[in-house]
Ligand binder design. Structure first.
Ligand code: ZN
Length: 203
């Protein structure tokens, strides 16, 4: 039988709730630090990223995707960022990629091969391809993490539904030490391009 962590998780969860271990984490759904972070699903960043940025429960919204990529301007990731900004009081967007990212090593052709090996019928792969979905392009990762982060930053900054004057920052994290390198400062970008939102009153 396949080993699943489900039962382990459920029994841990029962005692977690019973002994009120949630108490230190009680907060609201609005981010205290008024930011939303888009980062990678990499396991090394699960605890490291918030710790290395001094973020605690309740401080920020975190959206995750493989490679911290926004692959589609009208997909779920972009929607999450817009919801965070419009409805959940996030005023700044951080896109944080990381070195040694799994998405930089993805070979789409090989992954499709793995799908077939795992039992996905080749006809289905072909049907998907013929229905106008560029499967290879959709699965493709990136060669260079900086380029990828800047591409996502650019897409978010220029998104037609993103409110004017929202700073969008691009950074890269070292997945071992948590060190951040700044690629693009969103405030600098707004100032340089005269995009500061004048409709917003300083609070
Ligand atoms: Zn990654």
């Amino acid at each position: 039988m396949m080993k699943s962590s489900l039962n382990e998780i459920l029994s841990f969860n029962e005692s977690f709730v019973k002994f009120k271990q949630y108490e230190p984490y009680i907060t609201s759904k609005f981010p205290d630090k008024k930011s939303v972070i888009l980062t990678c699903m990499d396991t090394r960043l699960v605890e490291l990223l918030p710790k290395a940025m001094n973020m605690r429960n309740g401080d920020v919204k975190i959206v995750k995707s493989a490679g911290a990529q926004v692959s589609h301007p009208f997909g779920a990731i972009m929607r999450s960022l817009l919801v965070a900004v419009y409805e959940l009081k996030a005023d700044e967007v951080y896109v944080i990629g990381h070195h040694d990212c799994g998405m930089s090593a993805i070979d789409p052709e090989l992954m499709i091969h793995h799908m077939i090996e795992r039992g996905v019928n080749e006809d289905i792969i072909n049907t998907v391809k013929f229905s106008g979905i560029d499967l290879v392009e959709w699965l493709r990762g990136f060669g260079d993490v900086s380029t990828s982060v800047l591409k996502s930053v650019d897409l978010i900054r220029n998104h037609p539904l993103m409110p004017n004057g929202t700073p969008v920052h691009g950074l890269i994290m070292d997945p071992n030490t948590g060190k951040l390198d700044l690629l693009s400062d969103g405030n600098e970008y707004l100032t340089k391009n005269n995009l500061i939102d004048t409709t917003k009153i300083e609070q």
